[in-house]
Write a protein that binds this ligand. Sequence first.
Ligand code: CP3
Length: 351
Amino acid sequence: MSASPPSRETAESPTPLLVRAATGRPGPYPPVWFMRQAGRSLPEYRAVRAGTTMLDACRSPELITEITLQPVRRHGVDAAILFSDIVLPLVATGVGIDIVAGVGPVIDKPIRTAADIDRLRVLDAGDVPYVADAVRGLVRELGGTPLIGFAGAPFTLASYLVEGGPSRDHALTKAFMHAEPQLWHRLAGRLAEIARAYLTVQIDAGVQTVQLFDSWAGALSLADYTEFALPHSRAVLEPLAGRVPRIHFGVNTGELLPAMRAAGADVVGVDWRVPLDEAARRLGPGAVVQGNLDPALLGAGWPVIDAAVRRIVEQGRGASGHIFNLGHGVPPDTDPQVLTRIVELVHALEP
Ligand code: CP3
């Protein structure tokens, strides 16, 4: 049994709007989903997560399935995103990591030497059976709503491993890449293999789109991104060309947008700092963009949000395709009714 490729459309299974937009084909409205839509903004998420650690939830096919479906049921979004975490494949290959509530991933022993790097092993499909199981079940349950798979990009994963946890300025990581370029490339190269293997497991199981999260790439200058991050993100994305559309996302990446496209993206995620028409101009002909409502505006009241959503949809028309999203993840204190209302508004706007 194999999923039909996005280009082979049939009456029973029309190509999802998300895949159409990602490949530059017009639709009635931009498909909408939200980064971190499956999370703490939902009371039903907090209820099913009670008493289970984040990592245990990510290893349970039942919880992955339920949490992934929650925002689809509640908001009517045009895509589900697999409930998991960017550090999950590292945990699955034996790296000591905990996800601490309110903090993020914390590494038992930061990775900074050749010996540390050589202990990182490549991910095998057998390391994450619960992910493939959950994806197969989800694709059946979701019907026409596509499922997005994801992985963390080598730079963003490396930052957690080198720093030992979340970092504001990524200073240790940047010092490491300049002081020890060979070791850096060995580390990022290994993380690229892990990310590619993790995405391949998800694609083989049926996800219809993937997103590579290089959340912290915006900490790098264009020169550093091009030398130290791009080749490794390309090693993740290029081998997946033609399988499913590839979304490439980072925060504060206004200077990096064309380089992120060049790494092998079908869609480039844009945060709220660059208007989508300007992003499309920077990206060049044929670009498809995703974004870019400032998550901070979710707390500003409906008139502000209504105006911002209309502006973003209008600016998105300057690109060859637009997937509506936030510029980063849903904050945990978001009123979920606001998200539902945004979906309804985007769906109701004139084409
Ligand atoms: O709905 C979705 O977007 C799917 C699920 C998802 C999670 N993490 C679940 C999660 C996705 C796509 C991620 C990716 C992820 N994880 C990224 C890239 C996206 C981004 O935000 O830039 C990053 C940097 C991480 C690392 C990470 N994991 C952080 C910073 C945190 C937050 C820590 C906190 O408590 O504030 C996590 C934990 C995490 N991942 C939660 C969820 C729902 C919260 C944990 C909880 O509910 O207890």
